[in-house]
Write a protein that binds this ligand. Structure first.
Ligand code: URA
Length: 231
């Protein structure tokens, strides 16, 4: 098999392991690779705006996970789906659950304040999460929740075909790169894929707890901008 294909099969294999799929073998990894070809921003398989709207309606009625019973709103995402930049966070928090909008609570305000400081405008990006319902008490997403929500994020990526995906925090970084390295080891680098460059960075709620780390998040966002410009 071609080297590039093997490296993507390995990537899918590691990602599925991370999602708790222990029975995966390489043949199944190849099948999963086909099923999730949009994960790295590969835009070979087109998704239309109509399909995005249908998926949003499907998400609004989805009851696959137990946390769906607890939600006020599932949060699809917001921003410019035609932009070359996608931010992916972890999961809605309390304010997001109440409003149906991503990154509008304390962490979101911090992130948007940093965006403004470095000149990123609302129209420059789309922002969403790996899971669309709020986990109780903001606990970590379960592998089954990440898996059940995969089709929404995958479709968003396929529709956008972004040039850069910035993964906010370790869960988003693992989901997008397939690596389980700690976020401190992944951040500050651009992971090249066939589609988007994936740039992991710290989650803004980590920055709220550790204000001295804000400069690293800013540095990573500068890398995002440089990568978008191809410089
Ligand atoms: N944290 C996230 O990861 N996503 C949100 O939408 C809000 C807080």
């Amino acid at each position: 098999m071609h080297n590039k294909v093997w490296s993507r099969v390995l990537w899918v294999y590691r990602r599925e392991k991370m999602l708790g799929n222990d029975r995966l073998d390489f043949r199944r990894a190849r099948e999963t690779l086909r099923d999730h070809s949009g994960l790295s921003g590969n835009i070979e398989e087109k998704v239309t705006m109509k399909e995005i709207d249908e998926l949003k309606s499907e998400m609004d009625g989805c009851r696959k996970c137990t946390i769906a019973k607890l939600r006020h709103h599932a949060v699809f995402g917001e921003g410019n789906l035609k932009a070359p930049l996608l931010f992916v966070g972890e999961a809605p928090g309390e304010t997001e659950d109440l409003t149906g909008r991503p990154f509008v609570g304390r962490a979101g305000k911090k992130l948007r304040e940093i965006f403004a400081a470095i000149g990123l405008k609302e129209d420059d990006f789309y922002i969403t999460n790996i899971i669309k319902c709020r986990p109780p008490n903001n606990r970590n997403p379960e592998p089954s929740e990440i898996s059940n929500c995969a089709k929404y994020l995958d479709a968003q990526i396929k529709f956008m075909g972004p040039k850069v995906i910035c993964a906010l925090g370790s869960f988003a970084a693992c989901r997008m790169t397939g690596s389980d390295l700690p976020i401190g080891k992944m951040r500050g680098k651009a992971f090249k894929t066939d589609g988007a460059a994936i740039i992991p960075t710290y989650h803004p709620s980590f920055i709220l707890r550790n204000p001295a780390m804000e400069r690293f998040l800013k540095d990573d966002l500068e890398l995002v901008i440089r990568t978008l410009k191809g410089t």
